[in-house]
Write a protein that binds this ligand. Structure first.
Ligand SMILES: *Cc1c(COP(=O)(O)O)cnc(C)c1O
Length: 397
């Protein structure tokens, strides 16, 4: 059967592929430590679960408005005001089935053949494919480890052409954990304004920031950018709600209306029950976040110092999210038995088969020198996995 050619523009998400591989080994009875996860290991807080139960019991189980119920839009508006000092109207908010869905719809309404979209690398696996699927071209700008994996104004300037439509910024970042300061964003904002670009600000890790670092996005640092920024966020990462599928966008009314139109002919509304749960997540007691972030920070500190003690491994200290992105390229060229480590894919295979630890190869995020380790798992599993990695790396010669 001949499939539509647009299908061949994209590939399956590589992080989901690793998770499936680790699950298959586990099904064979092997005790695999999974550092591949892209979701919090915590359970959804009880107050949020109760709001969903309440929604079911009161038969809040029918179609809702396509772009989300007003109660949820109002909770999002309050959140954006409270946390980001940004004011929006209901017509400037659309709720979708997860932030990934939000980004998909947004790419569909903004980009087309002939457009270029700047994506700083290492990047989240889905950005290039979301852009490619529209017929536009992703332009990857590789950031430097010495700059904390953050795009500089000079690098941005150099990547812009007359075709450039937008810049995608993700802070804190998946996979590096790096986060931009207010000053760094303000410097990028000047370039964005000078070239009249749009900004897609993927704020999904907003709440997972360490050492009391304040969160900023482009729209908040420079009011002149609010009209050309679409803020994308959701409840998945902050409230341990990945399976509920609620994400949202806040931005210029024509963009939001177009996203609603696409949604009206595809998914319709996000699940009514999940919307009620998300209202509780955004309006309820935010103390749950403080405890979760404290735990993530403890894990980060342990994992960064342990990794840096391994010979041939160097790991920058992330400011947020729940990933570390160690450079393991000093070990490339080494072997064990008949096996030679030559890149991040062979390193990942070696670790999975010899150490029974699943990590994600850096090449999936656009840089072959690194691997991504997720620490969204318990401290005891982190200790076990790192000990195995350390042993396996010492066996290389
Ligand atoms: C997890 C993730 C998302 C998508 O989250 P949803 O579960 O779809 O809301 C978006 N961007 C980044 C960078 C992510 O890591």
């Amino acid at each position: 059967m001949k499939l539509a050619s647009r299908v061949s523009l994209i590939k399956p998400s590589p992080t989901l592929v690793i998770t499936a591989k680790a699950a298959a080994l586990r099904a064979e009875g092997r005790d695999v430590v999974d550092f591949g996860a892209g979701e919090p290991d915590f359970n959804t807080p009880d107050s949020i679960k109760n709001a969903a139960i309440q929604a079911v019991e009161s038969n809040f189980t029918r179609y809702t408005a396509v772009g989300g119920i007003d109660e949820l839009k109002d909770a999002i508006i309050r959140k954006l005001q409270r946390d980001n000092f940004l004011s929006y109207k209901r017509s400037e908010i659309v709720v979708s089935c997860g932030a990934k869905h939000t980004l998909f719809n947004l790419a569909q309404v903004l980009f087309e053949e002939g457009d270029e979209v700047i994506i700083p690398g290492p990047y989240w696996v889905s950005y290039p494919d979301l852009v490619l699927y529209t017929g536009a071209q992703p332009v990857i700008v590789n950031t430097q480890e010495k700059n904390g994996f953050k795009l500089t104004p000079e690098e941005l300037e150099a990547a812009i052409s007359e075709k450039t439509k937008a810049l995608i910024i993700n802070s804190p970042s998946n996979p590096t954990g790096c986060a931009y300061s207010k000053e760094e964003l303000a410097a990028l904002a000047e370039v964005v304004i000078r070239h009249s670009l749009m900004v897609i600000s993927d704020d999904i890790y907003e709440k997972i920031l360490f050492d009391d670092m304040p969160f900023w996005n482009m729209a908040a640092v420079n009011p002149a950018l609010k009209d050309r920024t679409v803020v994308v966020n959701g409840v998945s990462k902050a409230y341990a709600m990945t399976g509920w599928r609620i994400g949202y966008a806040a931005g210029p009314e024509p963009v939001i209306a177009a996203m609603g139109k696409i949604q009206s002919q595809s998914t319709s509304n996000p699940a009514s029950i999940s919307q009620k749960a998300a209202v509780e997540a955004l309006n309820g007691d935010q103390q749950v976040l403080v405890e979760m972030v404290r735990e993530f920070q403890k894990r980060r500190d342990y994992i960064v110092s342990t990794l840096n003690a391994f010979e041939g491994v160097s790991c920058l200290k992330p400011q947020g999210a729940f990933y570390v992105f160690p450079n393991v390229s000093a070990l490339y060229g080494l072997s064990w038995k008949d096996r030679k480590i030559t890149d991040s894919a062979t390193m990942t295979e070696y670790l999975l088969e010899e150490a029974e630890v699943a990590v994600v190869p850096g090449i999936a995020f656009g840089d072959d020198r690194y691997i991504r380790i997720s620490y969204a798992t318990s401290m005891s599993i982190i200790e076990k996995g790192l000990e195995r990695i350390g042993k396996a790396l010492r066996r290389l010669s």
